[in-house]
Design a protein around this ligand. Structure first.
Ligand SMILES: [Zn+2]
Length: 169
């Protein structure tokens, strides 16, 4: 057989089809190419190297939401999230995500919704998502103080929180 042959082992194609179908990729960096990958896979035109790359990439993306994300409030689109990761106790290292509605109602997200919310925050970038929260609510996404210095209002976070993270102020 020549090298770089495009013979697809069915098991790999099935693994990828499952990954593509069973997760919520909308709004994540993968969201743009998942539909095209699904179409190519269905047509049987996806080269095996692409299949292997896509599997590796999606598995990596799935793991990412389990990495701790800084305790802060974030906004993506019209949705607001409050993330906390305890450093001690039974839930140490596990990020909890509460979604906060316009009216202030708080909903603790369950596993899949939490993974999706964290993927959304990472898709935008945590610093930008926290900034959007500050710009939208008038409170610092990191420490939740009311922003009343004009410059803090303009950048969407307080001076100390900006400086501590090397973000513009
Ligand atoms: Zn702050």
């Amino acid at each position: 057989m020549p090298p770089n042959t495009t013979v697809v082992r069915p098991d790999r194609a099935v693994v990828l089809a499952d990954l593509l179908a069973n997760r919520q990729w909308a709004g994540t960096p993968a969201g743009a190419w998942v539909p095209r990958a699904q179409a190519a896979l269905a047509e049987g035109t996806m080269p095996v190297e692409h299949i292997n790359w896509a599997i590796q990439h999606l598995v990596e993306l799935e793991r990412r939401p389990y990495e701790p994300i800084e305790d802060a409030r974030y906004m993506v689109g019209a949705r607001r999230f409050h993330c906390t990761t305890p450093t001690e106790g039974k839930w140490a290292g596990r990020t909890t995500v509460v979604e906060v509605s316009d009216r202030g109602a708080e909903t603790l997200l369950t596993r899949d919704d939490r993974k999706h919310a964290l993927a959304l925050i990472r898709g935008v970038g945590p610093a930008l998502a926290a900034e959007r929260y500050g710009l939208n609510t008038g409170r610092c996404g990191y420490c939740h103080i009311v922003l009343n210095v004009p410059r803090s209002v303009a950048v969407g976070r307080g001076k100390k929180c900006s400086v501590d993270r090397g973000l513009p102020w």
